[in-house]
Ligand binder design. Structure first.
Ligand code: SIN
Length: 330
């Protein structure tokens, strides 16, 4: 028999979000303040959690307590470092992160890129969240948390995934697609990874591979980067004349000048000719330009004669994370 101290563990790291939010009125699902309840208290409020723990001990740690719209690079690094520290322990089976829904896909993608592949090959990092605050008449956080723990303890689970509304998405594919509904995420064309039903994971495709990007900085290198490269997102739309790009080029920030631009093009990454001309000026000024699409589904298919790099299927916000990391890794 294991004593309490040598039980296998599942670790839950808290970062805030609506899952930890409270409102003064239980029927108010929008006028709440995110990030009010600590992660240990959230876990205590999940009835029957022991049913999915399979004898594992539960360890929790508050890494941050914030509304994810305000997420910062230093918190990302601290989070990634805590994930590595915990997952490197042989007695830790898997790890869950509670996070706001608004930037969950960016954090998931960041972790997918920077966490060491050898850890992600055998162990899961499971982000989860809620669309209703903890004080709601009908909070979705407790079920999401229970499902996330079930995923983290599923035999063979590995890689960075996210769980919301009984659905499991990979870090690469997840995108917030709804402003209000509890089932707020999609995996687009790729389709969801799995469903969680009564604590059981029904897998629809293989657990995700570790990241495929070449020029990724190690966590140590990223942690030494005091000022992250400025990469902004510009969008194509009717009448877009590239003035935003020219303004960004003329914006002489002392410590963080413009290093990269992701263009959320129309359709298959098409760009108004005037915006295109401004982006060409950016290229000539040494700014990297990556072409993505404002469409919710489908990759930008690379055109034969396009001078801009393409986003390799990433959404604009994820392409921005990839480009920042690429610039740090050079
Ligand atoms: C947040 O992203 O922190 C607030 C919104 C949410 O979690 O749904």
């Amino acid at each position: 028999m294991n004593s309490k101290n040598n039980l296998k563990k599942v670790v839950v790291l808290g970062t805030g979000g609506t899952i930890a939010g409270t409102a003064s009125n239980a029927s108010d699902n929008i006028g709440y303040t995110a990030a009010q309840v600590g992660v240990a208290q959230l876990l205590e409020a999940v009835p029957g959690l022991s049913a999915v723990l399979q004898g594992h001990a539960l360890v929790s740690e508050q890494v941050a307590q914030m509304d994810s719209k305000d997420m910062r690079f230093d918190i990302w690094l601290a989070l990634a470092q805590r994930v590595v520290q915990h997952l490197s322990q042989p007695d830790v089976t898997g790890l869950v992160i509670t996070h706001g829904t608004d930037t969950l896909e960016e954090t998931a993608y960041f972790l997918y890129v920077v966490l060491p592949a050898e850890l992600l090959k055998t162990k899961p990092v499971v982000l989860t969240c809620a669309m209703r605050p903890a004080s709601s008449l009908n909070p979705d956080g407790p079920q999401n948390l229970m499902d996330a723990v079930a995923v983290a303890l599923t035999a063979g689970a590995h890689g960075v995934v996210a769980v919301c509304a009984g659905t499991v998405h990979t870090a690469l594919d997840i995108q917030k697609a709804h402003t209000y509904k509890p089932d707020a995420f999609t995996s687009g064309d790729a389709g969801v990874l799995a469903y969680v039903e009564e604590g059981q994971v029904r897998l629809l495709r293989n657990w995700p591979m570790a990241n495929r990007h070449q020029s990724v900085p190690s966590l140590e290198v990223a942690a030494r980067t005091t000022v992250w490269p400025r990469v902004e997102i510009v969008m194509n739309y009717v009448g877009c004349d590239g003035a935003v790009v020219d303004a960004l080029l003329g914006y002489a920030h002392a410590t963080a000048p413009l290093r990269g631009l992701v263009v959320a093009g129309t359709g298959n990454g098409t760009i108004h000719k005037d915006l295109e001309a401004a982006l060409r000026r950016a290229l000539q000024a040494g700014v990297k330009v990556v072409r993505s699409s404002r469409c919710a589904n489908g990759p930008v298919l690379p055109a034969a004669h396009c001078e801009f790099a393409h986003s390799e299927g990433l959404s604009p916000v994820k392409a921005r994370v990839a480009l920042m990391l690429d610039l740090i890794g050079r």
